[in-house]
Write a protein that binds this ligand. Structure first.
Ligand code: 2U9
Length: 365
């Protein structure tokens, strides 16, 4: 034998150059082959094919087998190379033999490929199958913080009555937080709003009242707004104090408003927010920015009086500061603490619980 199948390129022999008649001639190995020899070699390749085919388990195996038999340097190419060494008159018969084998291999490769692809797909489906009867993994969808819920509820009630929601900066100037609200620098009332100063003349707002000043300075009456927002005071935390807290303040400025309108607005609010069955009490108080001023309590029949807010008619000095004529318009305002509203509504006895972010507390709302 001049051409050894063992030396034929297969796995690991890919660098070997194809055996061509030219090469054989050049190396002096060229001798015309015999027809019988080609028949024998073809049968040998068929045997090899059948062995190889039986061992195929994956598409990768199959591809390796294809290269080994049909590749540029594969067995079939080798047989054709041998064919070209036959005397021309014998080539047709031998060529037919090789072609038949090639077609057989091609056909079988195709069908094996189909079978293996189907097998791989079935395995993939099995691997990725979902059992929809298994219990699911519960992922909590979360809920709004109770303070947010209360704020949204208060906003809804007043928006339905025709009030707009206004907001402003949490870092304020001394002027908007105090001066414009009739609380001059040396006024003893400043002690009530012990503040976090950032710089000379700059502080964390102690109430949302500066928002009302900003709104009034920016437009003519009528003004109907509520101002929810975060406020800061230098209080030591205890069951009813926290240095960060939230307020909603209301301001209505228009011709002819009286304390009666203020009482009516608060009555509607109490009924909407706490439900029916409460009585309401106003008692005298003092704020530099309202005159007269009052604190408002509510109670259920037989229950204790609960303070819910401070309120009053806007002081004429405040109107003058923002450029409104106190002879022409009157107005009223109130301020309430969102934490206090939430504590009363849900029976929470310690304000600090709202800021500790314990899920077992928050999940109750
Ligand atoms: C302007 C004029 C008047 C807002 C008011 C109160 C009374 C009040 C407290 C309630 C609980 C603050 O959060 S709290 O500690 N607020 O008692 N607030 S009248 O009066 C204003 C506001 C703005 C221009």
């Amino acid at each position: 034998m001049r051409i050894h199948f063992k030396a034929l390129p297969g796995k690991g022999c890919s660098r070997e150059r194809p055996v061509t008649v030219d090469r054989l001639r050049r190396t002096g190995l060229y001798l015309p082959a015999m027809l019988g020899e080609i028949e024998r070699k073809t049968a040998e390749v068929r045997g090899e094919w059948e062995k190889g085919r039986a061992g195929v388990e994956s598409l990768q195996d199959l591809e390796e087998l294809r290269v080994r038999f049909l590749g540029k340097r594969g067995y079939i190419a080798q047989l054709f190379a041998l064919l070209r060494t036959l005397p021309p008159e014998k080539r047709a018969a031998a060529g037919k033999l090789i072609n038949t084998l090639r077609e057989q291999i091609e056909g079988e490769l195709e069908s094996l490929k189909g079978q293996l692809a189907a097998k791989a797909e079935a395995e993939r489906l099995k691997r990725e199958a979902h059992d929809f009867s298994l219990p699911g993994v519960w992922r909590g969808i979360g809920n709004l913080h109770p303070l947010t819920q209360v704020r949204l509820e208060i906003e809804r009630i007043f928006m339905e009555m025709g009030f707009d929601v206004a907001s402003g900066p949490e870092v304020e100037t001394d002027y908007y937080n105090f001066e414009a609200l009739n609380i001059p620098a040396d006024h003893p009332a400043r002690d009530e709003w012990d503040s976090f100063y950032i710089d000379e003349g700059l502080l964390l707002r102690t109430h949302t009242s500066p928002v009302q000043i900003r709104v009034m300075k920016s437009k003519k009456p009528p003004v109907r707004i509520i101002c929810p927002g975060r406020c800061y005071r230098r209080d030591n935390p205890d069951a009813t104090h926290f240095p960060v807290f939230h307020q909603v303040e209301l301001l209505w400025v228009e011709k002819g408003l009286t304390m009666a309108h203020l009482k009516w607005i608060i009555e509607v609010f109490v009924r909407e927010f706490f439900g029916p069955g409460y009585e309401m009490r106003f008692s005298a108080d003092f704020f530099p920015f309202t005159e007269p001023s009052a604190q408002v309590h509510i109670r259920r029949a037989g229950g204790p009086w609960l303070e819910i807010m401070g309120a009053g008619m806007v002081d004429p000095a405040v109107f003058e500061e923002v450029g409104y004529d106190p002879e022409e318009v009157t107005g009223f305002a109130f301020g309430l603490g969102i934490e206090r509203m939430a504590m009363l509504k849900y029976g929470v006895d310690d304000i600090r619980l709202f800021f500790q972010n314990h899920l077992r507390f928050l999940e109750q709302f």
